[in-house]
Design a protein around this ligand. Structure first.
Ligand SMILES: [Zn+2]
Length: 309
């Protein structure tokens, strides 16, 4: 196979456009959350690189090239053990001309299974449904064709759950419990429109307020500090809503030490979601102790914060 040259193909531009649209809004992605992919040729796919923020993806950097045909065949044959599958995905990265090699996103597995363009965000609107006991019923009413995936840890477990409902063609919408939203479509515009339609429908139905952008701060910013004080730090540490909370909002981060830009974005999103759940008269649904503990053991390993998404 000849070496892929991103500068003479349109896929990198399409990927960067999808990434910027999803990554430049804090109500859709916070910190290193979310990922996008574009399939082209018969079996090739560009997918956001692990550890890169969506808004930093450009036509020349921030993504990996993989053979999604190999990944589909592997998933069909059985995902196997967690570490094994992650190593397999990592080994699928192909060299590109003039673009630095990068590790494919931890979510590359489910991207491989879906239609041409996949946009995965941590939309605060979708997450009001995903992180509440009553949200699924409202989601089914608003989006009868959507798929609702019970909580699974990001990576192989989530990929396995999505594989049972995935279609290689046609638009699809997935609500991922305690995690986020995935849309797939045949084109970038279609995917972004579908994504926006889902968000707008929820915003209207729940009459949600405008999303307040997180203010940069050397420590916890003022609005997050106030919300944290209101709810209590201990409560917040003991009740985990999402993988992002587990990874970004540990005891040190709540003391103002860590990647504070990401921490403030994630905290802002969590408080917006909790407020939205309360205003709707819903009940928050937190991760179980075992689900939350998964991230303690993974933090320094494969699914470390630096590898996230
Ligand atoms: Zn995610």
């Amino acid at each position: 196979m000849t070496l892929y040259d991103p500068s003479s193909d349109k896929a990198p531009g399409l990927l960067a456009r999808a990434a910027r649209a999803a990554g430049s809004r804090q109500d859709l992605t916070q910190g290193g959350g979310g990922n996008v992919s574009v399939k082209f040729d018969t079996e090739l796919m560009l997918v956001k690189a692990s550890g890169v923020r969506l808004k930093d993806v450009s036509p020349r950097s921030g993504y990996a090239l993989v053979n999604y045909g190999n990944i589909r065949r592997r998933i069909a044959a059985g995902i196997g053990g967690e570490g094994e599958f992650s190593d397999f995905i990592r080994a699928q990265a192909l060299p590109m001309k003039g673009v630095k090699a990068a590790r494919p996103s931890v979510e590359t597995g489910f991207h491989a299974l879906l239609n041409t363009v996949v946009v995965h965000t941590h939309s605060v609107y979708a997450n009001i449904l995903n992180m509440s006991a009553e949200g699924r019923a409202l989601g089914l009413e608003l989006f009868p064709g959507a798929e609702f995936i019970p909580y699974r840890a990001p990576g192989p477990q989530l990929c396995s759950a999505i594989s049972e409902r995935a279609a290689a063609r046609g638009p699809q919408v997935f609500f991922l419990a305690n995690h986020g939203l995935v849309v797939s479509h045949s084109g970038v515009d279609g995917a972004l429109e579908l994504n926006e339609k889902v968000n707008e429908t929820i915003r209207r139905r729940l009459n949600l307020p405008a999303y307040p952008a997180s203010r940069p701060s050397a420590g916890i910013n003022e609005s997050n500090a106030a919300a944290l004080a209101r709810r209590g730090k201990t409560f917040f540490l003991e009740n985990v809503l999402s993988p992002d909370q587990a990874l970004y909002c540990g005891p040190e981060a709540l003391e103002g030490r860590g990647e504070m830009e990401a921490v403030n974005e994630v905290l802002g999103a969590l408080f917006y979601i909790l407020d939205g759940i309360k205003a709707a008269g819903f009940t928050p649904r937190f991760l179980t102790a075992a689900e939350a503990a998964y991230f303690d053991t993974m933090e320094s390993g494969r699914y470390g914060r630096q590898n996230q998404q």
